[in-house]
Ligand binder design. Structure first.
Ligand SMILES: [Zn+2]
Length: 398
């Protein structure tokens, strides 16, 4: 198995090594100072995976906890000739490999991800198809998918039609589901609808942007239905608006959530298991392959890119909220909320304030305070999209 990615001969430093064991695979992540040219291959007797980094060096000894790992038994590394740096992963048995690089996002820099997949368990879970595609095709597919928002490839005609950027605004709860309730009887479903409507109209009045409300009245909407609405309206961003609750009534402040890694991997398994999903997904890029392993790679890549984008947006929104009021948690939070699980739409969930705190309950009811929240959220969104406007949107043309 031979794989080589990257054309320029950048020199990079390997800053660290992280290992995540999971039932069906072990993920090894190298933190890098830059994009790197690398090769991954396996050697038998004893089984090991070799990663050669071209024009690279490591600043420190690469170590990883391997004592209880099902696949990995050791990590060795050495500088080789021609400025090549070699890392050897010693394994208990043969594995399937997939590898890809990630560009910097938020507080994370360049990364090389090497997944060691246990073929026995992977076969059981995903019933690996006929034969793997040639690897250069996988790479091509990876490049296609790395930017999930480039889905509107169809519009690359002589006169590209620029489109509005679409933000799906989701007011939490509704109808028979009131959400949390404040001391004065304020219902979460009502205040979040009011905030969501204000946010939507502010987005609608922004050049190059358009909002879609998942609900505009007091009606019940199942969680996955909210994702479907976002998908059908080809949303570039999904924002779910909520109000928090806690038994201690003095707890206060806003929080912003993105999907947790666990939530992402369980969703990937769900997508792979559901046949009807396989025809058309990941931002409209059709996965015309029977190869389950390749599909998994593509979903994984899309999720990674989307999670990076979500975290970046969440960070900017949180920064805005910090300026207009208290925050409950100073950092972006991770959770397995269902509405955040779209594998190709950056998604965030905002707990605007604690409805169970009498002071914040009053705030949530006050239109002026609602506007402050909306302005802060809106600022975070526009800040992000001015840096990362999806291709084909009017924002790019400015
Ligand atoms: Zn809620």
């Amino acid at each position: 198995m031979l794989m080589s990615i990257g054309k320029a001969s950048f020199s990079a430093e390997i800053e660290g090594l992280r290992v995540w064991p999971a039932p069906e695979k072990t993920r090894v992540v190298f933190d890098l100072s830059d994009v790197v040219e690398y090769k991954v291959f396996t050697i038998k007797n004893p089984t090991r995976v070799v990663i050669d980094f071209k024009n690279s060096k490591s600043l420190k000894q690469l170590v990883a906890p391997v004592s209880r790992n099902k696949l990995l038994t050791g990590v060795r590394s050495a500088e080789k000739q021609d400025k090549m740096f070699r890392v050897v992963l010693d394994l208990r048995r043969a594995v399937q490999i997939k590898s890809f690089q990630l560009t910097p996002a938020k507080d994370r820099g360049h990364r090389l991800v090497v997944d060691l997949i246990d073929p026995k368990i992977a076969t059981k879970t995903f019933a690996v198809g006929t034969r793997n595609k040639p690897l250069h095709e996988q790479n091509a597919a990876q490049r296609t998918i790395a930017k999930p928002q480039t889905a509107s490839v169809k519009s690359v005609s002589l006169k590209p039609v620029l489109r509005d950027l679409v933000v799906a605004v989701d007011a939490g709860h509704g109808g028979k589901d009131p959400g949390a309730t404040g001391k004065r009887g304020t219902k979460e479903k009502d205040v979040v609808l009011s905030i969501a409507k204000k946010l939507a109209s502010k987005i609608d009045s922004t050049h190059g942007m358009r909002a879609v409300l998942t609900r505009s009245s007091d009606k019940f909407l199942p969680l996955r239905e909210r994702m479907v609405i976002a998908r059908k309206s080809k949303a570039d961003l999904f924002i779910s608006i909520h109000a928090d609750a806690f038994k201690n009534h003095s707890v206060q402040g806003s929080s912003v959530y993105v999907l947790s890694e666990n939530g992402a991997s369980s969703e990937a398994a769900r997508w792979l298991a559901e046949k009807e999903n396989s025809a058309d997904f990941i931002g409209g890029v059709t996965l015309e392959t029977e190869d389950q392993l390749l599909k998994e790679v593509l979903i994984d890549l899309s999720q990674n890119a989307v999670l990076d984008a979500s975290t970046n947006i969440a960070d900017k929104v949180l920064g805005g909220l910090k300026k207009v009021g208290r925050v409950h948690k100073p950092n972006v939070q991770h959770a397995g909320f269902v509405v955040l699980k779209s594998p190709d739409i950056p998604s965030i969930l905002i707990e605007t304030a604690f409805i169970t705190n009498p002071k914040e309950e009053r705030k949530l009811l006050n239109p002026k305070q609602q506007n402050k929240l909306v302005t802060a959220i809106h600022k975070g969104i526009t800040q992000y999209f001015s840096e990362y406007a999806p291709p084909g949107t009017r924002l790019v043309s400015r």
